[in-house]
Design a protein around this ligand. Structure first.
Ligand SMILES: [Mn+2]
Length: 341
């Protein structure tokens, strides 16, 4: 089994490491942070030193996540990687999710043999580059991968605070057991509750008012394309200026309610797509697909339309090199081709 081979490699790498760097992914969310904190605890409990680094800014909705003070935010270009003998990337499948757009030159400074990846996304370029060093299991969350393959077999008991982080990761990635349900997710949840995870605290969500403002704005700007069952939100330069005036520079951090309540929840609309002009000659793609029933995988259609695409089948993202007009036209053309033929 590939997983066993990777697990052995992972154990060997961890056993020979004295100072590990755990690198979290973009989007910075409860799964990557919760998993990173639990991994750091596990390594410490085994007598090893590890630190957690994030090469992106922390979104405002993650500022209150328990233990965020353990996460060091840094610039990858000026970061000193030399004190570390192991690099563990968690909860992402492509290099840019960890090292940003300049990932290629960053990788050139690292010993590729000292990188291991722990993840639950569709395998992508990291798997292609270092297949024997990836613990990639298709399951609810990277937190569950870590728990089942490293924490539980270690025989060590995580403290309540760590169980709580893992529980928040599980709830976030499954949106409260609605999506990405895989074998063992409830068992994992039950184990975390027994270890002291605070369920009431984890589900006590108070949305930022800006999420409501984003939702209102986004609904008004969404194109409901009935014959395709597609909801398309295009955020071009002009609309970005509008959003920035409304919500500030980090307006993209406030799309959670829209994504969860609109994108895959409206009868007759199976695909929720957002195209955002990155204003650097490229376009960001995000999608949510209804998980129930037989629907197209957007990643495949997007790739045919010239996008890079990855993530999960029903929730993912990607990018397009070119104008937002071209991105939109090509994606719609290919969606039409696939959906109406
Ligand atoms: Mn995840």
């Amino acid at each position: 089994m590939a997983a066993d081979f990777s697990l052995n490699t992972l154990h060997a790498r961890m056993a020979s490491s004295t100072s590990a760097l755990i690198i979290v992914s973009r989007p910075v969310d409860p799964d990557c942070i919760g998993t990173a904190r639990a991994l750091r605890w596990l390594l410490a409990a085994q007598g090893r030193t590890a630190s957690i680094t994030c090469f992106f800014s922390i979104p405002s909705n993650m500022a209150d996540f328990p233990g965020m003070d353990e996460v060091r935010v840094a610039q990858p270009e000026s970061f000193d990687f030399t004190p570390f003998d192991l690099f563990i990337t968690v909860d992402g499948s492509s290099w840019g999710q960890f090292f940003g757009d300049g990932w290629h030159s960053i990788l050139g400074r690292l010993n590729m043999e000292r990188i291991v990846n722990i993840d639950h996304h569709e395998p992508e370029e990291i798997m292609q580059a270092i297949p024997g060093q990836c613990l990639n299991i298709k399951t609810s969350s990277t937190a569950q991968v870590l728990y089942e393959h490293l924490i539980e077999p270690s025989g060590l008991t995580p403290p309540a605070g760590i169980a709580d982080c893992l529980y928040r990761a599980l709830l976030y990635d499954t949106r409260g057991f609605r999506n990405e349900m895989h074998t063992g997710a409830y068992r994992f949840a039950e184990a975390l509750i027994a270890l002291g995870a605070d369920h009431a605290g984890a589900v006590d969500v108070n949305f930022d008012m800006r999420e409501v403002q984003y939702l209102t704005w986004a609904i008004q700007h969404t194109r409901f394309i009935s014959d395709l069952g597609v909801m398309l939100l295009v955020i071009d330069a002009e609309r970005q200026a509008e959003l920035e005036a409304l919500l500030g520079k980090d307006f993209l951090d406030f799309d959670a309610i829209y994504k969860e309540t609109i994108q895959r929840q409206i009868a007759g609309f199976h695909y929720g797509i957002i195209l955002t002009d990155k204003l650097d000659g490229s376009v960001r793609l995000n999608w949510r697909t209804r998980g129930y029933g037989s629907h197209l995988a957007i990643a495949g259609v997007a790739r045919k339309a010239g996008f890079r695409a990855g993530g999960h089948r029903n929730a993912g993202g990607g990018s397009f090199a070119g104008s937002i007009q071209d991105a939109q036209a090509r994606l719609l053309e290919h969606l039409r081709r696939e959906l109406l033929n």
